[in-house]
Write a protein that binds this ligand. Sequence first.
Ligand code: PLP
Length: 371
Amino acid sequence: MNVPLLDLQAQYASLGDEVRPAIERVLASQRFVLGDEVRRLENSLSEYCRTKYAVGCASGSDALLLALMALDVGAGDEVITTPFSFFATASSIARLGARPVFVDVDRLTYNLDVSRVADAVTPRTKAIVPVHIYGQCVEMDPLLELSERHGIPIIEDAAQAIGATDRGRRAGSMGALGCFSFYPTKNLGGAGDGGLVTTNDEQLAQRLRRLRAHGGSTEYEHEEVGVNSRLDELQAAVLNVKLPHLDEWSDGRARIAEFYSSSLQDVDFEIVTPLVRPGCRHIFHQYVVRVPRHHDALMEHLRERGVGTKVYYPIPLHRQVCFSYLGYEAGAFPEAESAAAETFALPAYPELSDAQRAYVVDSVKSFKPRT
Ligand SMILES: *Cc1c(COP(=O)(O)O)cnc(C)c1O
């Protein structure tokens, strides 16, 4: 049997008949940038995320960049974030000339350790960017309280967490701004790049609309220097078809996660299954296990059995060569570094058959550690 880490073909097999006519409609209209499909998607997603506004853009990376620009983050500013995330979380900060200030993650959730954030605040702190990693929200209440106390806005990197909740509040609706990605492998993935920023603040929404279109509110008048980061109609058309299925897919992922976690309780070696915070909805963008002593050997064993795995993320951001100028040494963030060394993802996409799920569990259990 073969169980890839993700199988987008399986999703397309059930969706192709809906997607193709939607694409045909866009081709027939010959309207490709910021048209009706984008407006429809923005409306549906502001409703889905329970925010007043949603502004489409070209990618999740650009969503972060635009959100930071909308808060006037620039040279000399500091932005607090996690060292354990996809590269764009920190690169968007660095691209604006601001300094990413990392705070270590929590050992069990791999999310920002919110108890350490206050110590990282300085007079130069311009924003805080928590990442809802793997599809589970950061514990937002302490962060929101800190944000309020210091007047420092929060930008949620919700690229992996569309539809996740923290005490009933949706990812992307709690901070000043929420950033989403429609990269094809995300829970809501397009047929290429795409992104979106959510907010409840009308002025920020207007600013985002301007910034994504070269900083102009009309075509040839520019109040500021923005970027070209628009969402195209073909992407929006595909996403409009997929959005009604999103909850069913994310619930399917959560059911697989539950099956894995209950099946992997009695294993001969230490394997730590994901912690789901009580009262929160985890959408399991990734199902990540920690295997402290047999990480590489178990991954190799699963590869031999045809089970796909992947390490998210093998090099924490503070150890990336491009960020060496920040001066963080190895050992600066022990939890991020041990997570990078000890964790990997198992296949948990919703189209997995019962036989495939069982095979993944059997494959893990058949591993015999050499001590
Ligand atoms: C995917 C992702 C991004 C970037 O999104 P793109 O659409 O690929 O640019 C940013 N942050 C996190 C946490 C992500 O997972």
